[in-house]
Design a protein. Structure first.
Length: 94
């Protein structure tokens, strides 16, 4: 599996496309999941899950990206797209 670093210095898997950990973070938050849930799902430590979300670890293999997509109900290629702009959190209102 050829690996390289992207412009942010994060490891990416060249075969899987440009892995974007910010999209994993977004998908986890959008689905109401947590780093602990990610760790349990992948069978890894909480610290390893946090490193994966921050982009401080090597990019996951295509099979792992597919599993994340199934678990979080996002298409596989969602995790390899550019960083998305998010609207500011304006707080809660009722």
């Amino acid at each position: 599996m050829p690996e390289m670093k992207n412009e942010a210095g994060q490891w990416v898997d060249a075969d899987a496309g440009l892995w974007n950990p910010t999209r994993l973070d977004l998908a986890i938050r959008r689905r109401g999941q947590s780093s602990y849930a990610l760790a349990a799902f992948l069978g890894i430590s909480y610290r390893a899950a946090r490193r994966m979300i921050r982009g401080d670890s090597e990019a996951p293999a295509k099979a792992i990206i597919h599993s994340l997509g199934v678990w979080l109900d996002f298409p596989d290629d969602f995790f390899t797209g550019p960083t998305l702009e998010e609207p500011p959190n304006l707080g809660h209102y009722s």
